[in-house]
Design a protein around this ligand. Structure first.
Ligand SMILES: NC(=O)c1ccc[n+]([C@@H]2O[C@H](COP(=O)([O-])OP(=O)(O)OC[C@H]3O[C@@H](n4cnc5c(N)ncnc54)[C@H](OP(=O)(O)O)[C@@H]3O)[C@@H](O)[C@H]2O)c1
Length: 240
């Protein structure tokens, strides 16, 4: 019996680019999408050392968010291997302390490059192919820190707010091309990024596999059921 809802996109044959695929949330998304039957183009700084080796039919591509050429090289490599790009998941991210008393802006610049400019460049590099898909998908892993400031690095929050702006503009401007854009915005997730000092027990916060479930659901939604933002709370707070 076919239990999938009408219009749900069939993963079979669809090609998804995923940044930061080697560990944390990215590794969980890669494993989940592989099981679902997508063809994966996995970007990581050290692809050979990738924690998840998901088979010869995946592309393992060197991707460094600090290198402005890297997105185009990766998109070209994806096209050379698969001949199409149907989805882009901007997952790679950086979180370092940066606040109002920091005079040296290098850490802020670093986070802007990884959390905002690299996703922007990846969207640009993949865009012609996402348009050709007719049902292109862009998922940006942002953060609750990009919706409201509550705790942690102010600089991180600033760059994640900017990433929410990127999502919002892309969602509006690419709609008529059949491209649907979603910001997935978690609170604390049990990965290396969650600081030991967060005050949360690792088992109490959101698990990376749960974020992967959300990504898998959003990725398969039909063009007439677009989800703009998915805020994900580990602990209660009023809706932002
Ligand atoms: N964990 C949380 O509490 C949380 C909450 C909300 C949102 N998020 C967001 O979720 C996403 C994934 O984070 P995570 O929790 O999985 O963190 P993580 O375990 O620390 O993984 C971060 C990923 O980003 C990659 N990355 C960092 N700098 C890079 C660069 N210059 N070029 C290419 N890749 C780079 C890392 O690659 P390397 O292995 O090479 O360093 C790694 O794959 C991020 O966008 C993060 O902001 C996380």
């Amino acid at each position: 019996m076919n239990t999938s809802s009408p219009g749900r996109l069939d993963p079979d044959g669809r090609v998804i680019m995923l940044s930061g695929a080697n560990r944390g949330i990215g590794a969980a998304i890669a494993a989940r999408l592989r099981r679902d039957g997508y063809r994966l183009s996995l970007g990581a700084r050290s692809p050979k050392a990738m924690a998840v080796q998901l088979g010869d039919d995946c592309l393992y591509q060197a991707f460094d968010a600090l290198d402005p050429e890297s997105p185009q090289v990766w998109a070209d490599a994806t096209m050379a291997k698969f001949g199409r790009i149907d989805g882009l998941i901007n997952n790679a991210g950086a979180a370092v302390p940066f606040g109002f008393d920091d005079e040296d802006e290098a850490k802020l610049d670093h986070m802007l490059e990884v959390n905002l400019k690299a996703p922007y460049r990846l969207i640009r590099a993949a865009l012609p192919h996402l348009r050709d898909s007719g049902s292109g998908r862009i998922i940006n892993i942002t953060s609750l820190a990009g919706i409201r400031y509550k705790r942690g690095s102010p600089g991180y929050a600033i760059t994640k707010f900017a990433a929410m702006g990127l999502s919002s503009a892309a969602r509006s401007l690419l709609w008529d091309d059949g491209i649907r854009v979603t910001a997935v915005a978690p609170g604390p997730v049990n990965t290396d990024m969650m600081p030991q000092t967060s005050g949360f027990a690792r088992e109490d916060v959101t698990q990376p596999e749960t974020i992967a479930d959300v990504v898998a659901m959003v990725l398969a939604m039909p063009n007439n059921a677009s989800v703009a933002t998915v805020p994900i709370n580990a602990v209660y707070e009023p809706l932002p």
